[in-house]
Structures are given as C-alpha cells and as structure tokens.
Ligand binder design. Structure first.
Ligand SMILES: NC(=O)c1ccc[n+]([C@@H]2O[C@H](COP(=O)([O-])OP(=O)(O)OC[C@H]3O[C@@H](n4cnc5c(N)ncnc54)[C@H](OP(=O)(O)O)[C@@H]3O)[C@@H](O)[C@H]2O)c1
Length: 299
C-alpha cells in the first residue's frame, strides 16, 4: 500500500482508485460506501486516527474531498468552509505531520475568468465562494515548507450518465428532448476523467511538488462542446434533434457571477510528464455510438 485517496467515492476518486488498484491504494468515503473503502468524515475525523486503522507504508495522499457544488458554497459560505477550508486543511496538516506527501486537487475557479490560458504564475482572484475556499487552502499549503503538490483541474468530463460531469448527462438531456440553454461565453479546458486520473498519478510519481495546471490541451466553449456531441450523434443517427438555446453564462440564474473563461495552460505539466489526452472528438464519437449507433448498448 502506498497511497491513500481521501474522497475516493466521488467522480474523480473512483477513477483514481480504479487506476491505482487495491494493492496500491486505499480510499475513503463519507456518505456513499465503496468496496474496501474506509469511512472518514472530513469535518471532525482525525488523520492520525485514520492512518492508525490502515496498513503502514503510505507515502502519498490524494486529497479530493469536500462540498464542491459552487451553488452550495454560495448559499452557505460559512458552513461549506467548515469542510472545504478548515476540514481539508486539518487533513492536509495531519498528512504532512505523518510524513505523507499530499496532492491537493484544486480548481480553475481560482481565476476570475476575464481571459483564458491561465498559467500557474498568473494572479488568482476568485469570484465565487468555491474558488475563494479552494485558494485559501492552496495558500495555507504553499506557506508550509514541507513537500506537497497542488494540481488545479479544469472541467472533467465523463461518459457516465448520472454524474455531475458534462457529456454523459447531456446524452440524457438530448434523448429526453429537453431544451438545453448553453453558454457560448463559458470556456474551459475539458479532459476525460480517465486522463485526469492517469496524469495525476503520473505527475505525483515524478515526485513533483508545487503548483501545476492539469486539463485538456484544447479549450472549448460549453456551446462548442454540446455542438460537437450533437454532431457526433447525428453522424450515427441523422434523425436526432436537440433544442439548444445559446445564452451567456451570466444569463443563467446562479447566485454568484461565474468566471467566463477559465481555460488553463498546461505547458508546465507537459514539461514534466508526457501525456496524450483523449481528444473531445474521440470521446463524443464513442458516446454517440454507444447511445445512438446501430449497435447501441443503452436505450
Ligand atoms: N469534477 C470536476 O470537474 C472538477 C473540476 C475542478 C476541480 N475539481 C476538484 O476535484 C476534487 C474531486 O472532485 P469530484 O468531482 O470527484 O467531487 P465529488 O464527486 O463531489 O466527490 C467528493 C468526494 O468528497 C467526499 N466528501 C464530501 N463531504 C465529505 C466530508 N464531510 N468528509 C469526507 N469526505 C467527504 C465525498 O464522499 P461521499 O460521496 O461518500 O459522501 C466524495 O468522495 C474536488 O476537490 C474538486 O474541487 C473537480
């Protein structure tokens, strides 16, 4: 056993666990139990007590857990900071005290979105409570001289339906004939969850410390990605129609003004590891064939 994944029952955590395998990693869950997982509540759980229940030899920890819904953070900044800032920081400090190198997974939402191609050296000025909370943890971790790694992700996409990712859930909306309001001015750097899990592990394995950006190499607008998915579907089933209504991200009724362009530059990452990201075209084609093609595996 060499790694612990805190938040292994979540979207990214499940994929990290699948790639690491049960001999390499143990994972924690909070509300949603996972096979061989260990229960851990980040609001009051103690890392030394958790580690005492696990095999020895853990040298690396992926710290993913938290209340990551941007609207929930806006609605209850104090309550969510209990877990996202104080809880996560207690976990990180406990790991450092135990001599375990933490990999803290942060977000593109630390930026205000006024332009794209954000680099690690750019000033982060978050415009949402979620971004403010993630940046506060980054600051505390960076101020600690012990080795740690911070990795900021952009939009993580998956083929699973029923997650908070995009693509998979859009399949359901297109099939249900729902009207999809789509921002033309929201821009991000999408990457598949499989690529994110693989690249995170590879980067951590180099012994890297400090701050890195990890996302797909090609920026997309939300509208551009929906259109790509629809075109891929129509290539296998020309009868499929979708009611896509273009809008601005700022037309949508969020509690806070969301950042528009959070696309990131991954030059530093690619200077440290090689990684071939799955193009969005390929994943949209796979989804289209799986759900709408002649040999579809779902109805
Ligand atoms: N998904 C993205 O597109 C994206 C983009 C940028 C950054 N990120 C960052 O990546 C990380 C993981 O994201 P995700 O999409 O995998 O999130 P997720 O699916 O919401 O998973 C959150 C994880 O945190 C656990 N958790 C929640 N509250 C907890 C608590 N009080 N104590 C202990 N564990 C708790 C959950 O456990 P249970 O489910 O068992 O309760 C789950 O394992 C987050 O830090 C997020 O900020 C994600």
């Amino acid at each position: 056993m060499r790694a612990i994944v805190i938040g292994a029952s979540g979207f990214i955590g499940r994929h990290l666990m699948a790639r690491l395998g049960p001999d390499q990693a143990v994972g924690t869950y909070h509300r949603h139990a996972i096979p061989n997982g260990v229960s851990f509540d980040g609001t009051n759980g103690r890392i030394d007590e958790l580690l005492g229940r696990l095999p020895t030899g853990i040298t690396l920890a992926f710290v993913l857990h938290g209340a990551i819904d941007t609207e929930a953070c806006a609605r209850d900044p104090i309550g969510t900071a209990e877990i996202n800032v104080e809880g996560v920081w207690r976990v990180l400090r406990g790991l450092l005290d135990a001599g375990i190198r933490p990999v803290y997974v942060s977000t593109e939402y630390v930026f205000d979105g006024t332009r794209g191609g954000w680099r690690e050296t750019d000033l982060a000025v978050p415009s949402t409570q979620y971004g403010i909370q993630k940046l506060e943890v980054e600051r505390r971790l960076t101020a600690d001289p012990r080795p740690s790694l911070i990795v900021r992700l952009s939009r993580v996409v998956g083929t699973e339906v029923g997650t908070h990712s995009v693509l998979g859930p859009w399949i359901e909306e297109i099939r249900a004939g729902k009207t999809m309001r789509c921002a033309t001015d929201q821009i991000f750097s999408p990457a598949t969850v499989e690529d994110i899990a693989g690249a995170l592990i590879k980067l951590a394995d180099t012994g890297a410390t400090g701050l890195y950006h990890l996302g797909g190499p090609t920026p997309f607008s939300r509208m551009g990605l929906v259109r790509l998915l629809l075109e891929s579907i129509q290539a296998v089933d020309p009868d499929v129609r979708a009611d896509i209504v273009p809008c601005s991200l700022h037309d949508l009724p969020f509690l806070e003004k969301r950042p528009l362009d959070t696309s990131i530059c991954i030059d530093k990452l690619l200077g440290t590891i090689d990684w071939d990201f799955t193009p969005m075209e390929a994943i949209c084609k796979t989804l289209a064939e799986r759900h709408f093609g002649p040999n579809r595996t779902s109805t």
